[in-house]
Design a protein around this ligand. Sequence first.
Ligand code: SAH
Ligand code: SF4
Length: 443
Amino acid sequence: MATALDIAKHNTNAAPVAVTESARAAGKDALAAEKLAIEKKADFTVEAARQSSLVGLTRDELKDKLAEIGVPEREQKMRVAQLWHWIYFRGAKNFDEMTNVGKGLRAALAEAYTLARPQVVSEQVSKDGTRKWLIRMPSTGPLDKGAEIECVYIPETDRGTLCVSSQVGCTLTCSFCHTGTQRLVRNLTSAEIVAQLIVARDCIGDWPDATPPEGAFVPSDGGRFVSNIVFMGMGEPLYNTDNVVAAISVLSDSEGLSLSRRRITVSTSGVVPQMERLGTEANTMLAISLHAVRDDLRDVLVPINRKYDIAQLLDACRAYPGLSNARRITFEYVMLKDVNDSDADARELVRLLKGIPAKINLIPFNPWPGSKYECSDWERIERFSEIVFRAGYASPVRTPRGRDILAACGQLKSETEKLRARARMMAEQGIGAEGVYALGDAE
Ligand code: SAH
Ligand code: SF4
């Protein structure tokens, strides 16, 4: 996957998104935005309970699994603690490793469950050390070959950041984002979100007693190989808040994966009604995909703006729980040539953010096959950054990482091409193709 050839093939097969594509062609024209759907329909949600692997489950889910195989209630909490340590602290792949769990229970667990990880279909390593994995989730039924998502590891000398996906594809249709063109969409379960970190740690040898692969670039400061997590892969995390919040509880649990909530950042395109909940229940850092300072332009670039406009979005930012100068909101701003990169835009950005503890991340636009925009010239980005800097913001221009393997922001798109969920459900229930086409996309 993710070879230039594959992606080209994907694009030529893009008949189902033709309407969106033609609207995209009119990219910079606000009027065209009227015809551009704000979002596609999410196809379906998978129940975590269908998975037989214990990897990625929350404490409550593990407890249920133990109850299912007859572990008495009075023992369950202690057993969950043991499983937790083996799965999330040691990275166990086999129940036999769990030496403090009795042989009988180990056998019962192995009979009923696995510690299998989602399958790594491919791994690509960029010249700069960035790694991108295509991960296939277990099948959810006889006609499902398993949803595919991408996950990216970005090592630096003093930290390692894992960029995780929250959905397969994205229901939103931001006009500069590759993921937004993917048609099939479903929410990932919390276990599928957590499993991305497990897979990454397997691949880079980041467990006690494991070693990184020969020549791998990992942080050299003696710290953890994955120290930070950003929800900036595929999908809109706040359209899957329940699972994202549950996943964060597992990722940050101090007896297991133990990531600091201050080092977990959730990026949203601006799902205003969910922002407070994220702050209260997950207590993570927040990033906002702002990208434009005027509603007419943001309506086109980030169409959810037509539901929640810039003023509403910034009000929700001001109200974000725990906001302080030590815990700033990151505003992401993609630099699009002649679209949003003028001096006036930079000045308006500074004016809008006044009073909000903020960081500004300028992101050079990453092109993808078929994209309609160009990245701003370097001098323009510097000039923009200078204006922002003079206003008192450190404005790092985020160096694109892993561009050569299409792993940079907004370049992610998996090849999950299957029967649509509805078609699959109908086929599983014995309803034929006529029924599928009759219902079709009319809804
Ligand atoms: N859906 C969420 C999180 C995933 S996108 C969101 O939109 O915030 C992660 C970041 O990459 C967002 O800021 C997004 O706007 C940005 N992005 C998307 N496509 C891009 C592209 N082609 N070049 C640069 N950044 C892009
Ligand atoms: Fe979805 Fe974010 Fe891409 Fe917009 S930028 S289409 S919200 S992944």
